[in-house]
Design a protein around this ligand. Sequence first.
Ligand SMILES: Nc1nc2c(ncn2[C@@H]2O[C@H](COP(=O)(O)OP(=O)(O)OP(=O)(O)O)[C@@H](O)[C@H]2O)c(=O)[nH]1
Ligand SMILES: [Mg+2]
Ligand SMILES: [Zn+2]
Length: 343
Amino acid sequence: MAKRHLSRRQSWRIEKIQEERAARAAKRESRALEELEGGDLGPEQTGLVIAHFGVQVEVEAQEGEQAGQVFRCHLRANLPTLVTGDRVVWRPGNQGDGVIVAQLPRTSELCRPDMRGLLKPVAANVDQIVIVFAPRPEPHANLIDRYLIAAEHAGISPLLLLNKADLVDEENAASLDALLNVYRQLDYPLLEVSAHQGGGMADLQTKLDGHVSVFVGQSGVGKSSLVNSLLPGIDTRVGALSEITGKGTHTTTTARLFHFPGGGELIDSPGIREFGLGHVSRDDVEAGFIEFRDLLGTCRFRDCKHDREPGCALLKAVEDGRVQPQRMSSYRHIIASLPEPEY
Ligand SMILES: Nc1nc2c(ncn2[C@@H]2O[C@H](COP(=O)(O)OP(=O)(O)OP(=O)(O)O)[C@@H](O)[C@H]2O)c(=O)[nH]1
Ligand SMILES: [Mg+2]
Ligand SMILES: [Zn+2]
């Protein structure tokens, strides 16, 4: 479709229509909430947010007779943004609806900036980030490094997961192996699996048992397919790659939490186009490169930018082979993409 240039008047109309639509939705929501609050609400109890839909969330009851049942809940005003994995206090209403009263403190929070660069939590209370990639769509080391920084920043252990191992062929084997080697050398845990053919899936299950994990990665790498393979009967939606671009088609639209029968939880999240790191500082980025840790602070100049300064410990380490050139260039790329610091 050809891009149409909208006149200012047209853009203004569209914006106005969207505003009116949002206002109507907010009004409907507050009426629904009023009605619930006016009726007979059950006692306050704890629950787990298992999915998020615009102004409402799905909460799984954790106490009493209804434990395990799912309720569509409305949010009281002034609540912080809730995400999948959040623990909440809520009150059941009638007909499977409920009201969230409070958010309980989080033990961890994985965040990423939204389109406007504002920090947005993606999942709460997880203890493992599974960074999924595949031979197709083509993996980007820089994206993996960004996830690793976010994981280190949030204090959550990462697990690197190459899915679609059945698609490794003569053409892509060498470059994939080079990519995997970068992370093997850094001692990051790494698994190769195929959601379709089942290879490696038992090892993956062992790594997930007893943990609260979140699957992250580009659209189309097979996160939801992995969920379906691990949890027969779940049947969450998967989508083919675009024939034109070879990229994922953004099939999963909301993060959703699943339980393993033997204990542990898994959150499937929507794939991303790009993972900005607007919320971290230069120091955070450096801390996210674990192989830099012993080197930081040992450059000749205290304010060394590790660019071409004499006596730079990082540049020396690259020369000596202690830091991999690929990681150094990834580091530079990420630093260059950070917003200018404000003084
Ligand atoms: N060959 C092969 N294809 C796979 C495998 N796992 C998933 N796929 C295919 O990859 C495509 C994308 O799978 P999804 O599970 O929807 O990917 P996703 O990561 O959940 O994508 P988003 O929800 O868009 O983020 C589908 O066509 C799957 O059938 C695998 O192990 N081998
Ligand atoms: Mg998906
Ligand atoms: Zn330096």
